[in-house]
Every structure is written in structure tokens, then in C-alpha cells.
Design a protein around this ligand. Structure first.
Ligand SMILES: Cc1cc2nc3c(=O)[nH]c(=O)nc-3n(C[C@H](O)[C@H](O)[C@H](O)COP(=O)(O)OP(=O)(O)OC[C@H]3O[C@@H](n4cnc5c(N)ncnc54)[C@H](O)[C@@H]3O)c2cc1C
Length: 203
């Protein structure tokens, strides 16, 4: 998968500090004071303060199975490659390791995917002219897709807490891991606690 941080609120930690200090009538301070203050906000659960900043990721080469889970996060904003409008002829696939490593089943899986690919191409050709929005009904969950996601930091933290947990599905967990690395580089005082728990954890 490819995950790129394409935009974010400028100076996110400074912005959160400025907003949150209003609550306490306290003054913006040194970098050290800022870090301590921001970590304290997160620890205490005063997380409305981190809604003031957001980050946007461009995500490519993940499966439709993953994005079906991702779009359940209702406070995020999305644009996704449409299977109604885009030609999926020659689609690429995410292969779960459990299938790829199974010599008996992987061959069968590949044959079925090839058959789906051929039938999709036949359906949308000039002779049959099935609309792409109908031909897509045979496409597998494994199909590559592209999605652009924007969320504020409170929602990113919520997403990360749910999707980094070992009960989360492996592909979205991998995505969450990459997103945490990037958000932690951007705002370590906001995502540092999650990094300490999950980036050094048993991945
Ligand atoms: C391990 C795991 C297994 C899962 N299994 C299933 C499954 O089997 N079937 C299934 O359908 N889903 C499943 N899900 C998806 C899950 O039910 C949620 O839809 C998804 O995780 C989004 O979480 P959320 O609603 O907390 O987040 P968001 O939609 O991002 O919302 C963030 C927070 O905003 C608040 N919020 C948002 N909308 C409302 C609202 N309408 N009313 C009140 N508060 C609101 C809540 O506090 C919520 O936690 C699973 C998720 C995980 C992590």
C-alpha cells in the first residue's frame, strides 16, 4: 500500500496550544511547556481541543475490503475511486498472506481472479456494452482502490485506537500503523502516547 500525507493544518501543535490555552487563560510558552501542556490535554481526555487541526492522506493499493471498513468512520471525509465511472479492466489485487502462503488454495484463487478479470473485460467490451456500474458486481473485495481521507486529530486518534488494536483486521491495522508513524512525525505531543504503545509493540 502507498500512504501519503498530502495536507495538514499548518503548525498543528502551535494551533492546538493557542486554542486550548483560552480555556485556562494561560500564556503560550516554550517548546518544552507546549509539549507538556499538549500531552496533558490528551491524557486528561480534553480532546475537543485537538479537533482544531486536521490531516489528509492519499491512500493507494489497498483493497476494497479495507476501504469498506475505513468508510465506517463517520467523522472522516472521503473521496474514493468509483467502480461506476472508472474502468477496472486489468484490476490489481491485494492477496491476503494466508491465501498466498497456501500452495493448495493460491492456485485456485488465482484462476478464479483471472476468470473474473476476463468476464469483466468481456462485459464492458463494445459487443456486450454492459455499463461499468453493472459489470462491477463481479469484482472481488480484493480489488485495489484509491481513497483520499481527511479527519481532525481527535478522529485520527479514535481511528488509531480502534484499528491498531490486535483485534483489528491485518490490512487496516497495517494502514493504521503507517498513518501513526506519519502523524507522530507531524505532532509528537498529540500522538506520542499511541506511538509508545503501538510502534514499539508486537507488530
Ligand atoms: C475490531 C473491530 C471489529 C468490527 N466488527 C464489525 C462488525 O462485525 N460489523 C460491523 O457492522 N461493524 C464492525 N466494526 C465497525 C464498528 O462497529 C464501527 O462502525 C467502526 O469501528 C467505526 O467506529 P465508530 O463508530 O466509533 O467511529 P466513527 O464513526 O469514526 O465515530 C467516532 C465517534 O463519534 C461518535 N459518533 C459518531 N456517530 C455517532 C452517532 N450517530 N451517534 C452517537 N455517537 C456518534 C462516537 O463516539 C464514535 O465512537 C468493527 C470495528 C472494529 C474495530
Amino acid at each position: 500500500m502507498e500512504v501519503e500525507l498530502i495536507a495538514h493544518t499548518p503548525n498543528p501543535e502551535e494551533t492546538i496550544e493557542k486554542a486550548a490555552r483560552i480555556c485556562y487563560d494561560s500564556k503560550v510558552g516554550t517548546q518544552e511547556r507546549r509539549e507538556k501542556f499538549l500531552r496533558g490535554l490528551v491524557k486528561s481526555g480534553h480532546t475537543a481541543t485537538i479537533e482544531h487541526v486536521s490531516a489528509t492522506f492519499m491512500i493507494k493499493g489497498v483493497s476494497r475490503a479495507l476501504t469498506h471498513e475505513l468508510v465506517r468512520h463517520r467523522l472522516m471525509s472521503f473521496c474514493q475511486r468509483s467502480q461506476r465511472y472508472c474502468n477496472e479492466d486489468g484490476f490489481q489485487l491485494v492477496v491476503p498472506p494466508s491465501i498466498k502462503n497456501n500452495d493448495e488454495l493460491y492456485g485456485e484463487w488465482t484462476k478464479l481472479m483471472d476468470r473474473i478479470s476476463t468476464l469483466y473485460r468481456t462485459m464492458i467490451d463494445e459487443r456486450h456494452n454492459i455499463p461499468k456500474e453493472d459489470a462491477r458486481y463481479i469484482l472481488p473485495n480484493a480489488c485495489f482502490t484509491q481513497i483520499c481521507v481527511t479527519a481532525n486529530f481527535r478522529e485520527w486518534r479514535h481511528f488509531l485506537e480502534l484499528r491498531l488494536d490486535k483485534r483489528a483486521q491485518w490490512e487496516i491495522r497495517n494502514l493504521a500503523h503507517i498513518i501513526l508513524v506519519k502523524l507522530n512525525e507531524l505532532a509528537p505531543s498529540i500522538f506520542g502516547d499511541l506511538s509508545e504503545t503501538y510502534l514499539d509493540g508486537p507488530f
